[in-house]
Design a binder for this molecule. Structure first.
Ligand code: FMN
Length: 143
């Protein structure tokens, strides 16, 4: 099983979160392909059995808070994900608000089956990564 871990990061925290997800996937005996969302190709998606998509939280703390605009644009450009097991994650500074819900909706609109989500504070970007990978890679998860 190959899991594509695709992320958008500006300052490196979401990259660290993505690497932690990839490490947990690898520890479970699956293969992880880690890429920025910008660099992710249609082939990367088609060759993967599951996807984990992450973004940093962009906004004005109390309003317009959500996934980074670039992340949403990159998700829109992905090929359809008909039935592909998926997970969404983000790193935030204050409060992620609807970020995970917006990421989930964007993937559901692509046809993905979202099984897990995790928001981690930027002080601990790797927190929750192992549980996310466990839910995404669980044998029953993909059926
Ligand atoms: C321009 C900008 C806007 C941000 N807006 C928010 C916000 O509205 N809410 C929040 O919780 N964090 C906000 N953050 C904090 C980032 O989401 C957080 O630091 C994140 O971990 C950055 O990830 P990165 O290092 O992968 O870029 C903002 C950061 C920047 C640079």
């Amino acid at each position: 099983m190959q899991v594509l871990v695709a992320y958008e990061s500006r300052g490196g925290r979401t990259r660290r979160a993505a690497e932690a997800v990839a490490d947990a996937v690898t520890a479970r005996g699956s293969k992880a392909l880690v890429k920025t969302l910008q660099d992710t190709t249609a082939e990367d998606v088609e060759q993967s059995d599951a996807v984990a998509i992450g973004s940093w939280v962009e906004g004005f703390v109390f309003f317009n808070v959500g996934p980074a605009k670039g992340a949403l644009q990159a998700i829109e450009r992905l090929p359809t994900l008909g039935g592909t097991p998926a997970a969404v994650f983000c790193t935030y500074g204050f409060e992620p608000r609807a970020t995970l819900a917006t990421l989930r909706q964007a993937l559901v609109a692509k046809g993905a089956k979202v099984l897990a989500e995790n928001a981690s504070n930027r002080a601990h970007p790797e927190r929750g990564a192992a549980e996310l990978a466990e839910r995404l890679c669980a044998p029953s998860g993909g059926s």
